[in-house]
Design a protein around this ligand. Structure first.
Ligand SMILES: *[C@@H]1O[C@H](CO)[C@@H](O)[C@H](O)[C@H]1NC(C)=O
Length: 299
């Protein structure tokens, strides 16, 4: 590991990285009153560049599912309930709208850092696009890439760079072959807890549709708590944020092990709750609504 980086690069990154834990662990939190406190720091508002760094093999179809999702968040072209109506809840956090724009994309198809990555590798990959103010560098790792803590304690993470300008990053892994019951639930039987039949993935790809859930979670968590001084509950080292505060909830009537009410595509049997651009459908998690202090579902 050390041979690949110089220490100066590593020191650029802040030590804080907020992990999203798996549903089985976080169901415990649902019983407490849900108030995310605002900690007086800045949020990511206005135009936000989202740069995508793909590590390992992703098919063009897989990349299109994810890129279309990001476009869907700020498009008004999809019928309701839509991904953009879901994203609009982030506007209720002070400061108005966060408009995401896809910026640079980098393909790393040759596994030059190997197939077993540490957190430091993720940071190095995130910095392949220069950090900038109001930007999020997103690293996606392919299904055959193991990452420190992936499937053990986390499905993805977000954090920020040090120095100026200060950028943010997200990492999301494809869990299809490593732990779909954890990181692609409810599209796969859960490993622990009550067993409900898996839902059919809306884009026909359990791994990538699971990545959408985790990416959606981390994008909302990032814009509302980019530097650990935004909205969260609990200690800054293990915060509950906009969507991680609502983990495991997808529709009304949800309870531990049951995602709640969703829509079903009659032709394919796929479950979804949000329309996107290009006729896409997605299943998006509930988000904490500052107006009602409750987890808001689309359906
Ligand atoms: C955001 O980007 C659009 C299009 O590039 C531009 O018209 C608009 O002024 C920008 N808004 C802000 C707040 O910078």
């Amino acid at each position: 590991m050390a041979s690949i980086y110089n220490l100066a690069t590593l020191l650029l990154f802040c030590c804080l990285a907020n992990t999203i834990i798996t549903p089985s662990l976080s169901e415990l939190v649902q019983e407490q009153p849900l108030v995310l406190k605002y900690h007086n720091g800045i949020l990511l508002k206005g135009n936000v560049s989202v740069n995508l760094i793909w590590y390992g093999q992703f098919t063009p179809t897989q990349r299109a599912i994810i890129v279309d999702f990001i476009y869907s968040l700020n498009s008004n072209r999809a019928p309701l309930p839509s991904a953009s109506s879901w994203w609009k809840t982030t506007e209720k956090y002070r400061g108005g709208a966060s408009t995401l724009r896809v910026g640079h994309q980098i393909l790393h198809e040759k596994y030059t850092l190997g197939k077993v990555l540490k957190t430091a590798h993720l940071l190095a990959l995130a910095s392949k696009v220069n950090f900038a103010a109001n930007s999020i560098n997103v690293v996606f790792t392919a299904k055959d890439v193991a990452v420190d803590g992936f499937c053990m304690s986390r499905c993805g993470t977000h954090g920020s760079s040090r120095g100026s300008p200060r950028g943010t990053y997200i990492w999301v892994g494809n869990s299809e072959t490593q732990c779909p019951g954890q990181c692609a639930w409810p599209f796969h039987q859960p490993i622990y807890g009550p067993q409900t039949p898996p839902l059919v993935a809306p884009n026909g790809d359990v791994g990538v549709d699971g990545m959408i859930i985790n990416l959606a979670t981390l994008l909302a968590n990032t814009v509302t708590n980019p530097f650990n001084s935004g909205y969260f509950q609990g200690p800054p080292t293990a915060p509950l944020e906009a969507v991680s505060a609502c983990t495991g909830i997808f529709g009304s009537g949800s309870y531990p092990g049951n995602p709640g009410r969703v829509l079903v595509d009659k032709a394919t049997g796929a479950s979804f709750n949000a329309h996107g651009v290009n006729g896409r459908k997605y299943l998006l998690p509930a988000m904490w609504d500052p107006q009602t202090s409750a987890c808001k579902t689309l359906v």
